[in-house]
Design a protein around this ligand. Structure first.
Ligand code: BES
Ligand code: MN
Ligand code: ZN
Length: 493
């Protein structure tokens, strides 16, 4: 699909859909008024004859209205009483695209407001909405595929809009990179393949280092290595560096991702039903990779580190057993009561390594860590846990701005009792009460007092069904936008 910026007087042809906005109480935008006039009032009559109110996300689809050449007109609701914020238009553009993408029209012309920033947001919304993971579909019939191949975004000054989009497009590229990783099946995307794809990011100017099992053993990463030891796939630690700050030696910000390429549960094996979902148990690592992609793509003025713990959790004759005790890089010993609580074991060593080597300003980890976070928050919020109120507040604000919502949960010291082990320094599960919180308390033992936040994204990494038009069903790429915003608003310059 191609996205182009065109002048505001563009005409939608016979194979095109034309999208225009309506505000609350179904008030027509200037572009919608022009359509209404050209069609002898057809748009107003269609509104009057239905329940369209102009609320956000509503779409009214008009087919072949007399007076226009266009095959369809879509009126998209955006709330508010006048020209909306660029961010709101992003969703309206995505809704318009979803409404017509498979309707048969080959072109979508969007007239949603002329200024450059708005037009750039329109293109951004469409680019995210048009994501499709179809590389393994070889027999799909043409009439089932999306029909829209060209998207024209009307702008007062197309060149200026193009320039505004150039600043935004790397963020979309980062999100799509993350979605691709999450969507890949685990027979393809095993730890070494994940590492290879990350290595490919060097073409963007990132520096990438990959550690294998021998190097991790030397570092004493017994916790991470124990998780991968039942797999024929070699565990990997990927380290991604972006040195964009004016001061090349400035303290970096750091992001750590859980990259369990497949989580069977190990010897504490999961039930068969739904186990296929565990191919996306690397959504945290994918988000960190996508973020680094975005930071490099837009040449962010920051020094940033991304660390991905990449493993596969399998049952095997060589797999770790419930009751095993492993020694983490921090020196702390861990009794592995349940081999399915593996993400925290991977992060324990990745977090310790991160602070030990890079002395970052803060560390934020992202992980599809607990089923309990879905029970707590449903699918519209990720869980936020932190030892630092300032960092938490910045994350909450960034999440709101990017529609990647977080909800902060407490970390009561008293609950640490639940993860006390009779024979080791800590055990890896804390029983049913507050499962997401005891997981976070476990992680906290490996951050060595550094400002830190943990995002449990098990609830949001995969959307089925999706309720956001910029996210097709499936991999959301959650975290890329949020963290890019955090960096842009609080840690650049
Ligand atoms: N990857 C899972 C968490 C998960 C569950 C993500 C459902 C997405 C959907 C994690 O490794 C896990 O298995 N957690 C266990 C922890 C338990 C054994 C303490 C869980 O949540 O059941
Ligand atoms: Mn698990
Ligand atoms: Zn897992």
């Amino acid at each position: 699909m191609r996205i182009e910026f065109v002048t505001a007087d563009v005409q939608a042809g016979a194979n095109a859909a034309l999208a225009v906005l309506a505000y609350e109480a179904a008030a027509l935008s200037p572009e919608a008024k022009a359509v209404n006039e050209a069609t002898g009032g057809a748009l107003a009559r269609a509104v009057a004859g239905g329940r369209f109110t102009g609320a956000k996300g509503q779409v009214l689809d008009l087919i072949a209205p007399a007076g226009l050449e266009a095959a369809r007109v879509v009126l998209v609701g955006v709330d508010g009483s006048g020209a909306p914020e660029p961010e709101a238009v992003e969703q309206a553009a995505a809704s318009a695209f979803q409404a017509v993408k498979a309707s048969g029209v080959t072109e979508l012309v969007l007239k949603l407001g002329g200024d450059a920033e708005t037009a750039a947001r329109v293109a951004f919304g469409v680019k995210l909405a048009a994501y499709r993971f179809d590389k393994y579909r070889t027999t799909e019939k043409a009439e089932k595929k999306p029909s829209v191949t060209v998207v024209k975004v009307a702008a007062a000054d197309p060149a200026k809009a193009q320039k505004a989009f150039a600043a935004l497009e790397p963020l979309a590229d980062g999100v799509l990179f993350a979605r691709d990783l999450v969507s890949e099946p685990a027979n393809i995307l095993h730890p070494q393949e994940f590492a290879a794809r990350v290595q490919g990011l060097e073409s963007l100017g990132l520096e990438v280092e990959i550690l294998g099992e021998a190097e991790m053993a030397k570092l004493g990463m017994g916790s991470l290595l124990g998780v991968g030891q039942g797999s024929v796939r070699e565990s990997q630690l990927a380290i991604i560096k972006w040195n964009g700050a004016a001061d090349k030696s400035a303290q970096p910000v750091a992001f750590v991702g859980k990259g369990v390429c497949f989580d069977t549960g190990g010897i504490s094996i999961k039930p068969a039903d739904g186990m296929e979902d565990m191919k996306w148990d690397m959504g945290g690592a994918a988000a960190v990779a996508g973020l680094m992609h975005a930071l490099a793509g837009r040449k962010a003025k920051v020094n940033a580190i991304g660390i991905l713990g990449l493993v596969e959790n399998m049952p095997d004759g060589n797999a770790q057993r419930p009751g095993d005790v492993v020694t983490s890089m921090s020196g702390q010993t861990i009794e592995v009561i349940n081999t399915d609580a593996e993400g925290r074991l991977v992060l324990a060593d990745a977090l310790w390594y991160c602070q030990d080597r890079f002395k970052p300003k803060f560390m934020i980890d992202l992980a599809t860590l607990t089923g309990a976070i879905i029970i707590s928050l449903g699918h519209d919020y990720a869980g936020l846990f932190s030892n630092n109120d300032g960092l938490s507040d910045k994350l909450l604000a960034a999440g709101k701005a990017e529609r990647e919502n977080l909800w902060r949960l407490p970390m009561p010291a008293a609950y640490e009792k639940q993860i006390e082990s009779p024979i080791a320094d800590v055990k890896n599960i804390g029983g049913r009460p507050a499962g997401s919180i005891t997981a976070a308390l476990f992680l906290q033992k490996f951050v060595n007092g550094v400002p830190w936040a943990h995002l449990d994204i098990a609830s949001v990494a995969w959307k089925k069904p999706s309720t956001d038009p910029t996210i097709p069903d499936g991999a959301a790429g959650f975290g890329v936008r949020l963290l890019n915003r955090l960096v842009a608003d609080a840690y650049e310059g």
